[in-house]
Design a binder for this molecule. Structure first.
Ligand code: ISL
Ligand code: CA
Length: 534
């Protein structure tokens, strides 16, 4: 898609299973999404990114796809989806689906065939290597805490997977596989008519040779052999050519693509319109899940600077893989939710709002492992118990940064089940719903509306440059977008702002309280201000 279009836009991410249930079976569905389109239109967003709704055994929240061409029954039918698409388009909302092509489900017909024999025609759709029960092809680990190989006695080989064993990785080196994927992409963009994709785990599609030696097991080290590995550019170029044919809007999830190399991926001639980096999510491991604001600042500033000349950021503070921002970077207060919103929504890039973020949804207070759902939680919980931790200790560890916090049902009102379902919800509902819900959280929703409107109206915000103040300050996040000055105190203590005397005259655009600009100011905890040159 052309830059002048997506630079102005704001996206909203829907996790359909937990958005709105229309038929009382306790599971969010497509008809439920249709019911809520007016709410989304009123919020003012421009496009929707829908997490996977394809046919899936749901081992990993639908990121284990068994049929790329079918809608999972629990969400509805293809007819429902087409109705949704039409209804969204009628309101001027674009629709992006998740494109999950690093792997499929082990229940995908390709994999069911592939595992039958070494010479099955689908064998090379996946990645196999000789192995024994006790000796896997190498010692690489998956993101989900288990080895990246699963042995199959029948053919005396193991298959490779960077996520769960139920998610075998596709072999992108195989041109036949690539053709199948491209056909599918064309079908969604061309025949069905969606507007684009969020490219899941796309930086992992190329793997290093199996004898590649991992140098460090710290940080991203273990995953080095499948993060933005040489040769990936050829596949990305092929993908880009198709996206261009349809002027698709594309967002790459690019863990492992470093900011200094990201211009190749986005920006002029880049493979996708914009990139999600994953670095700023890093959390302190001090037991309370609180993110480090200084860490957040440093990562964001680096990406903003590196993308300034050439490239475009997809901006976010929450998604379906991260705990709620109000509990990680914030201190649980509404004030912290607001300051975090302002801090990222006016950066250079395209902001995404994750469902429930706009009403200040909180992490879930887990007390029992039975309340959890995400695939990797179960894997790690078992591991920790085996290491000798008590149930409580293990639960605390696996839920601290758990994806499940963001996957509890959307809180629409204070009626039974938070207005999410008339039946029994598939997942736990946060007990705070009588206070935190769409009807009662108008204050935060209104702030998001104001921020979205600013992006739509002000060229300085959608397309201007960016420079930072107080870069070394631990809590003050302050930046200039041409004539706009955005100032956020992301902390629980007051903070002094000392600007140079020649700053000029500013007037207040919005703020957590009335304040006139001066070069010496003392901000309240979580205070935010947006000023504009007079
Ligand atoms: O880099 C990573 C961890 O530091 C990997 O996270 C990875 O890029 C990321 O977790 C990918 O997430 C996406 O793909 C997964 C799915 O479980 C997530 O929900 C999705 O967002 C597998 O499809
Ligand atoms: Ca339903």
């Amino acid at each position: 898609m052309a830059q002048e279009d997506f630079h102005k836009m704001v996206g909203y991410q829907i996790y359909p299973k937990s958005f709105k249930d229309s038929n009382g079976d306790g599971i969010g569905d497509i008809a439920g999404m249709i019911e809520k389109l007016d709410y989304l239109k009123d919020l003012g967003v421009d496009f929707l990114w829908i997490n996977p709704i394809y046919k899936s055994p749901q081992v990993d929240g639908g990121y284990d796809i068994a049929d790329f061409y079918a809608i999972d029954e629990m969400f509805g039918t293809m007819e429902d989806f087409k109705k949704f698409l039409k209804a969204a388009h009628a309101r001027g909302l674009k629709v992006l689906l998740d494109l999950v092509v690093n792997h499929t489900s082990n229940q995908h017909p390709w994999f069911i065939e592939a595992q039958k024999s070494r010479d099955n025609p689908y064998r090379d759709y996946y990645l196999w290597a000789d192995a024994t029960k006790d000796k896997l092809p190498n010692d690489w680990m998956s993101f989900f805490g288990v080895p990246a190989w699963t042995y199959q006695a029948k053919t005396k080989q193991a298959y490779f997977h960077v996520f769960a064993p139920e998610q075998p990785d596709l072999n992108w080196k195989n041109p036949k596989l690539r053709e199948e994927i491209y056909k599918m992409i064309r079908w969604w963009l061309g025949d069905v008519g969606i507007d684009g994709f969020r490219l899941d785990a796309i930086s992992h599609i190329q793997k290093a040779p199996w004898d590649f030696k991992i140098k460090s097991w710290k940080g991203n080290g273990p995953w080095q052999p499948f993060m933005n590995v040489e040769g990936i550019d050829d596949y990305m170029k092929e993908l880009k050519a198709i996206f261009d044919e349809y002027a698709a809007l594309t967002v790459g999830e690019a863990s492992g693509v470093t900011s200094d190399k990201a211009s190749r991926w986005t920006g002029d001639g880049g493979y996708v319109n914009m990139l999600f980096e994953l670095e700023h999510n890093a959390r302190k491991s001090n037991g309370n899940g609180q993110g480090s604001i200084y860490g957040y600042k440093k990562v964001i500033m680096r990406w903003q600077k590196d993308m300034l000349e050439d490239g475009w950021n997809a901006l976010y503070v929450e998604n379906h893989d991260q705990p709620r921002v109000i509990d990680t970077f914030g201190d649980g207060s509404l004030a912290s939710a607001k300051a975090m919103a302002v801090s990222y929504m006016l950066l250079r890039g395209t902001p995404f709002i994750y469902q429930g973020q706009e009403i200040g949804m909180r992490n879930f207070p887990f007390t029992d492992i039975k309340q959890t759902d995400a695939a990797e939680i179960a894997i790690n919980y078992k591991k920790l118990l085996a290491e000798g931790l008590s149930k409580d200790e293990a639960l605390a560890q696996v839920t601290q940064n758990a994806r499940d916090h963001s996957r509890t049902p959307m809180q629409w009102d204070d009626s039974k089940n938070a207005g999410f379902t008339t039946g029994k919800a598939w997942f736990v509902i946060n007990p705070n719903y009588p206070e935190v819900n769409v009807e009662k959280s108008g204050e935060l929703i209104d702030l998001y509306k104001q921020l979205i409107a600013l992006r739509h109206q002000e060229k300085a915000i959608s397309d201007g440059g960016i420079s930072f103040y107080f870069e070394k300050h631990r809590k003050l996040f302050a930046y200039q977008r041409d004539e706009f000055l955005v100032l956020c105190n992301l902390g629980e203590t007051r903070a002094n702002l000392n600007f140079p005397d020649e700053m000029g005259d500013y007037e207040q655009v919005l703020g957590s309280k009335r304040r006139a600009f001066t070069t010496k100011m003392k901000f309240d905890p979580w205070e935010y201000q947006v000023f504009k040159i007079k």
